[in-house]
Ligand binder design. Structure first.
Ligand SMILES: [Zn+2]
Length: 327
């Protein structure tokens, strides 16, 4: 069985039916066994000890109560999307916790209750999940990605897109409804589809780099799916626009949640039917054909490196290099 892409968590129990069970939710928020995933301005809380790989830092209701100044009214925190129900792991409810309104949450986390759990306060930090680039255990990467994505959506949907009135969260954070009684529009968390594709021709693969990439990094091409467009058409259009290469035989590979900030990456491979590259300098700094044998022999350095290990781009290239993608 092949591994799912990083940030995906098959089997994670989202317990969707519990989202409409306010009594159960109230109980779980107050339960000392429940776990909260703190997010501060799109950054996740991690334990980062020198000499060790980072791991997710989850907190319990005691710490949450301390930071929020009490938890007497959990419904209010749920209604404002500060607490969002994520799901159940090992029979313990897990919630995303938005600490963005707190100016210096780390100071508040230096609390005896947390220290008692054995984590030194100085080991805690808020980090950009992307910068950790797959160093967290997979299940933690998926949980933190989910929490980050949900709270990002809440932060961008506090007002109704139809009438401009404030919205409030329902269904434990999985829907926001307009508070204007004449409107009551429902808004749901969204994830925007983007296609990402490995394009090959015989023993060569097409990789490009954007100016914003780390030094030497080349990656598979990618782009957003537009309204009124099939995924296959989006693949062909993006490759044509960015490099003037024509493709056929577009085949689905796998997908990856990509909450940076709100995407799902849909991975494909496609066969090139032309070879002359003309880049769109607005999108790419460079694009080239790379031979399989050269890629297999090369060790990443500042002249050339493959995409980050947490990305589906890396997965596509490695699967092709290993002969798992036939074109
Ligand atoms: Zn409205």
């Amino acid at each position: 069985m092949r591994l799912p892409n990083y940030y995906a968590a098959p089997g994670f129990e989202r317990a969707g039916l519990r989202r409409r069970d306010p009594d159960w939710l109230r109980e779980q928020v107050a339960d000392s066994r429940s776990q909260f995933v703190p997010v501060w301005r799109s950054q996740n809380l991690v334990v980062d000890l020198a000499g060790a790989e980072p791991c997710a830092a989850l907190v319990t209701v005691e710490t949450v109560s301390l930071i929020l100044g009490g938890l007497d009214d959990p419904d209010a925190h749920l209604a404002h999307g500060r607490i969002v129900f994520l799901g159940v792991i090992d029979e313990r409810a897990h919630f995303a916790l938005d600490l963005s309104a707190v100016e210096a949450p780390l100071d508040m986390l230096r609390d005896p209750a947390l220290a008692a759990s054995g984590i030194p306060a100085e080991a805690l930090r808020f980090a950009d999940l992307r910068q950790l680039a797959g160093r967290l255990p997979r299940h933690e990467g998926a949980l933190l990605a989910f929490a980050r994505a949900m709270l990002f959506w809440h932060s961008r949907h506090r007002f109704c897109g139809l009438c401009g009135s404030p919205t409030l969260s329902e269904e434990a954070g999985h829907m926001r409804r307009c508070t204007d009684p004449a409107c009551k529009a429902m808004h749901f968390p969204r994830t925007d589809p983007a296609v990402i594709m490995l394009v090959a021709e015989g023993e060569r693969v097409l990789l490009g780099r954007q100016k914003s990439f780390p030094p030497g990094m080349y990656s598979t091409l990618a782009g957003f799916v537009e309204p009124g467009e099939s995924l296959e058409d989006a693949v062909a259009r993006e490759v044509r626009e960015e490099t003037a290469i024509e493709v056929d035989a577009v085949v689905y590979h796998s997908s990856q949640p990509w909450p940076f900030p709100a995407n799902i990456m849909l991975g494909f491979h496609a066969r090139a039917v032309s070879t002359e590259i003309t880049i769109d300098p607005g999108e790419l700094e460079d694009a080239r054909w790379f031979e399989r044998s050269w890629l297999l022999a090369h060790v990443d350095d500042d002249s050339f490196r493959l995409p980050r290990r947490d990305s589906i781009a890396r997965r596509l290239v490695e699967d092709w290099l290993a002969g798992r993608i036939e074109l």
